[in-house]
Design a protein around this ligand. Sequence first.
Ligand code: F6R
Length: 245
Amino acid sequence: MFIIIKDEAGMSREAAKLIAAAIKRKPRLVLGLATGSTPIRTYERLISLYKKGGLDFSQVLTFNLDEYVGLPEGHTQSYRHFMEKNLFGKINIRQENINFLKGDVADIEKECLRYEKAIEGSGGIDLQILGIGQNGHIAFNEPDSLENSRTRAVNLDRSTIEANARFFTRIEDVPHRALTMGIGTILEAKEIILLASGANKAQAVADSIFSAPSTETPASFLQKHSKVTFILDAGASKMIEMKKV
Ligand code: F6R
């Protein structure tokens, strides 16, 4: 399904509405979350819905998609910190219901296995929120990631390091490795919402919808899922619109 909306504010409003409805339907929702610029305003809307008193996160469980290797959770550039600042610290979620990959563990394989088990033990992800990279990545599944890939350590593409450098003081500070849920892990979510805004995502969005599923565009594997909603603004949907004409 596609929801195409004029701008990023509309995209965020729509996404927050769907997430809030899912929590109301199932208060103990298992919610998969993304970091990056794209979901920030969606998280702002969720915080505002919570503050208005209508949305209760006290039973919600969360699993974030990814974390940088080497950064402890208290590090200001860690994704765990990002989530605390942009969502968790401002709603009534219980700390023990927040699940995160730990980037600074000694045994990475064990950590990835622990995460997969925790997802399974929670009953599986009910609703997974995704952004998309300009190269078509979802979570940190860069091109060449396999459809059945599981949670693991990956090397980040140069383009991803460059795109994420804006969050760091110097590009040299951006970690080159990350832990990420795999494509196979993501495809097991019962429902998926992919958010994209801005013309710089238009090509990746078009490839993920119109190209045959392939490792070239990891997001194209979402075609194999039966319940995916793309929420796009005008910029990100530009090449789909062209295709329709
Ligand atoms: C982040 C993540 C990434 C981002 C993607 C887009 O947890 O999984 O796949 O969703 O890199 O990033 P932004 O939103 O910053 O353009």
